[in-house]
Design a protein around this ligand. Structure first.
Ligand SMILES: [Zn+2]
Length: 361
């Protein structure tokens, strides 16, 4: 335990994203918000990554998005966004080519592949992986658009692309931030988060955890921005259904779990905005289910019965372990929990924000 630093005041939770989640009524909707049209043939009924890893060729016969949708549904998922790269059209790469109209297309609507699913089976979300410029980064930075028809960033600034997504009524997040920045140089993100409300957060697990520093980047953003500007975590497979060497397969590895009371596309977008979610990374195990996160005056509690350890993190440091933490023991303005299972599997809550109140003597 860290010493109680608040002898001269008290601490309380000022913003708990789970405050209005009814954990007994809610659906834990396994979701993917960053994945690509298949580059190879896949088996829609298989629960693992299929394209053969031995040779890294790409088959001429590729599966359609319908098989991708079926494959995730078979694996227990309830919501997907097929977020094809802005420079792909029907499986053909046009990276570096001048813009042409077809690049604007997104993998939508699902009726194109006869997958007009009822939201009880699978909630479809329109999306695309776009790009834009941002000072401090060479080349273009990716941004995932959800809930709009914007299919190309047109080499505008990332801020302009994110603003365009807001104007169209969607939300966005920054995929694999660890690919572009290190935790000491996230200042360039801070302005974007301050200026664009519907930029909901960052991807903290990508595929087989390709960029582990993304969690450190998240913690720095949480520390810098505080409760005025929450930054929510998402996690995704970034699945391409293409051959991968053993150990780097991407299917059903990283996911976002949405806590939904009603299953509909608009409720998915709302849950993303509110942080009604947690993220999971399987590694070679099975990430623990988070049954609840609750707060009473002094304590934050997590229920994750299959977890072997729960670690509480504030300002990027582990500050306590166990299923509960006393709010006044948290040294910084937020706390989040990581519930660890076996074989590297982990589930992370969103941050809960803390307010220090000075007492009057
Ligand atoms: Zn991607």
């Amino acid at each position: 335990m860290t010493p109680n630093h608040s002898k001269h005041g008290s601490s309380s939770i000022s913003h708990n994203p789970y405050a209005d989640v009814n954990w007994t009524e809610t659906t834990h909707c396994l979701s993917q918000f960053h994945l690509h049209e298949p580059r190879n043939q896949i088996d829609p009924h298989s629960a693992s990554h299929d394209p053969p890893a031995e040779n890294f060729t790409t088959t001429t016969e590729r599966s359609t998005p319908s098989e991708l949708i079926d494959k995730y549904q078979h694996a227990g998922y309830g919501s997907l966004a097929i977020t094809e790269h802005e420079y792909y059209v029907d499986g053909t790469k046009h990276k570096g080519e001048p813009f042409f109209e077809e690049l604007e297309e997104t993998s939508w609507p699902w009726s194109r592949w006869d997958r007009d699913r009822s939201p009880n089976e699978m909630i479809p979300i329109q999306g695309a992986e776009l790009r834009g410029t941002i000072d401090g980064i060479d080349g273009l930075h990716d941004i995932v658009n959800l809930g709009t028809d914007l299919g190309h960033g047109r080499e505008r600034s990332l801020l302009k692309v994110a603003t365009d997504i807001v104007m169209r009524g969607g939300v966005s997040f920054l995929p694999h931030p660890g690919k572009y920045v290190d935790p000491d140089s996230i200042e360039l993100y801070v302005t974007m988060f301050q200026q664009v409300d519907s930029l909901i957060g960052i991807e903290v697990f990508n595929a087989h955890d390709r960029y582990p520093s993304s969690r450190a980047i998240w913690d720095v953003l949480l520390t810098e921005l505080g409760s005025k500007r929450p930054v929510w975590a998402v996690a995704n497979d970034d699945y391409h259904a293409r051959p991968r060497p053993a150990g780097s397969e991407r299917f059903d590895q990283s996911r976002t779990v949405l806590l939904l009371e009603t299953r509909s596309p608009s409720n998915v977008i709302e849950a993303l905005q509110q942080g009604h979610s947690y993220v999971q990374y399987n590694d070679t195990g099975v990430a623990p289910k988070i049954e609840s996160v609750s707060v009473d005056d002094e304590l934050v509690r997590i229920e994750a019965p299959s977890a072997s350890t729960v670690t509480w993190i504030s300002a990027g440091e582990a500050v306590d372990t166990g299923t509960e933490i006393t709010v006044s023991d948290v040294p910084n303005q937020y706390v989040r929990a990581e519930a660890t299972g076996r074989d590297g599997a982990v589930s992370c809550t969103q941050p809960l924000y803390i307010e220090q109140t000075a007492s009057t003597f």
